[in-house]
Design a protein around this ligand. Structure first.
Ligand code: SDX
Length: 438
């Protein structure tokens, strides 16, 4: 655990006001690994100054034990286990347990956890009627925002955030029910009946079954797709304090119930700069159409006057490689080969990656494929429409969101998050009656 209060021997930073010569000594706090932080909590009280970091590029918002990212080295670890090992040797539900409880489960713990998740996959029958209120062509993320927020209208017995049992029940309900709601959202969009979950299938198999089975005939889940689905979920499970996780934490800091907090995370993830990028990548590859068109789009991506960006490229933290993109790229080859799919999109994507990574603009800015670049190609090959890609991201990230929320609520020093600002509006001025306005 990082030391909260430095003792005399601890490191400090001294900040000096060059105008007045006044200075303040600020404690430096070190974690297990990664950059140390300067604790600025007493800065305003002692200097009358706020810090200023509008998009939080240099701001640590919390302590956390869940996930560590090293942007320079391209490292992603969950509770000390690398993403490469977890995708190769673990399963999504085991990673969910790891994020929620801190260690890999033993056999009995895993069976108990898997059973709890499996037996919470059904949703209240009344929830089916929510869907009827949406247009069939509603964006699936619009439906998910609404329905997940509405879950707090059903599960009154797990809304007390100060009761550990109720926190755990909410966490299990969300991890278990969001795949069911996601599958129902997909079925609703294509006019097919909802498929109830099956307790004899594992997490990924059950999700694919609920999406692609029909009541009219038996359906066997393709084990290659189930394995790829589970791997994709692991890769999207948690990612430190990204935009949607920070949204969930800020919502949770006001003591909002966990269902409302996860709905806020879904809303934030939807943006094309964040989780919505996986849909935007496929739409971009569609727009590019052929390898011959790639140079024109690279040119547009570099043009400051053109809002076009190379979707699936760049990352706030990773400045050398996104380890998840590499796993997804090899998974894409496997799935397409197994399905016998020869998707020209993959060819265009690989050519685009090759050209971009040789272009000084991208090299200088350290822009290269992120987690969203290859995921869409696999999901499309699996039969999902692009509009469902971010829903699948949200399904997996629910595990990270609720684990981060649980960690925050369990912190002894939970306080409402309340950033300040630099005010640049008008100074005080008298009210002008309308007849005197110009
Ligand atoms: C996710 O934070 C997370 O962990 C997120 C995530 C997670 O798991 O939660 O990893 C998931 O959101 C991945 C990112 C998916 N988004 C996209 O693929 C959209 C395209 N990428 C960009 O919008 C952008 O790269 C961001 C949003 C990902 C990062 O934005 P930053 O860190 O604010 O970087 P920036 O916008 O300041 O860009 C720095 C420079 C700028 O040029 P200059 O002003 O320095 O000349 O790089 C350029 C940008 O114009 N740039 C791009 C670009 N991304 C950045 N130029 C062209 N195409 C791009 N994709």
């Amino acid at each position: 655990m990082a030391k909260e209060k430095p003792d005399a021997a601890e490191k400090t930073f001294t900040l000096t006001n060059d105008e007045t010569g006044d200075s303040v000594k600020l404690p430096v706090v070190e974690g297990t690994c990664g950059p140390p932080v300067i604790d600025v909590r007493k800065l305003y009280a002692e200097t009358g100054h706020f810090t200023f970091d509008p998009s939080f590029t240099a701001t640590g918002s919390c302590k956390s034990r869940l996930t560590y990212i090293d942007g320079e080295e391209g490292i992603l670890m969950h509770r000390g286990y690398t993403i490469e090992e977890l995708t190769e040797k673990s399963s999504f539900l085991e990673v969910a347990y790891l994020l929620l409880y801190g260690d890999l489960p033993n056999k009995a713990e895993k069976e108990k956890f898997d059973h709890s998740i499996t037996t919470h996959t059904m949703v209240h029958e009344q929830i089916n009627y929510f869907y009827r209120g949406f247009r069939r062509d509603a964006h699936p993320m619009a439906i998910m925002c609404g329905i997940v927020g509405g879950l707090s209208a059903f599960y009154h017995d797990s809304l007390d955030i100060w009761d550990p049992q109720q926190r755990e029940l909410s966490a299990h309900r969300l991890i278990a029910k969001i795949p069911t709601l996601a599958a129902m959202t997909y079925k609703y969009s294509i006019g097919q009946p909802f498929m109830y979950p099956r307790n004899d299938l594992n997490f990924a198999e059950n999700f694919l079954y609920m999406c692609f089975a029909l009541p009219a005939e038996p359906y066997k889940v393709n084990p290659v797709l189930a394995n790829a689905m589970d791997k994709i979920f692991i890769l999207h499970a948690d990612h430190e304090q990204n935009a949607s996780t920070s949204t969930v934490r800020l919502a949770g800091s006001s003591q909002a119930n966990p269902f409302a907090c996860i709905a806020s995370g879904i809303a934030s993830l939807w943006g094309p700069s964040h989780g919505g990028a996986n849909q935007a990548v496929l739409e971009m590859l569609d727009e590019i159409g052929t390898k011959e068109n790639i140079p024109e789009f690279i040119k547009r991506a570099k043009d400051k006057d053109d809002p076009f960006r190379l979707m699936g490229f760049g990352h706030r933290v990773y400045k050398n490689r996104d380890p998840r993109a590499e796993v997804l790229k090899s998974a894409a080859d496997e799935v397409l080969a197994d399905l016998g799919v020869n998707d020209p999109m993959l060819e265009i994507a690989m050519e685009l990656e090759k050209i971009a990574l040789e272009d000084p603009y991208f090299v200088e800015r350290k822009l290269f494929p992120n987690v969203d670049f290859y995921s869409g190609i696999i999901l499309r090959a699996m039969g999902f429409p692009t509009s469902m890609f971010t829903v699948l991201f949200a399904l997996a990230r629910t595990v990270g969101w609720i684990s981060q929320w649980k960690e925050m609520i369990e912190e002894p020093s939970l306080r409402i998050g309340r950033p300040r600002q630099l005010y640049t509006g008008p100074a005080e001025r008298p009210y002008v009656p309308i007849e005197k306005r110009k």
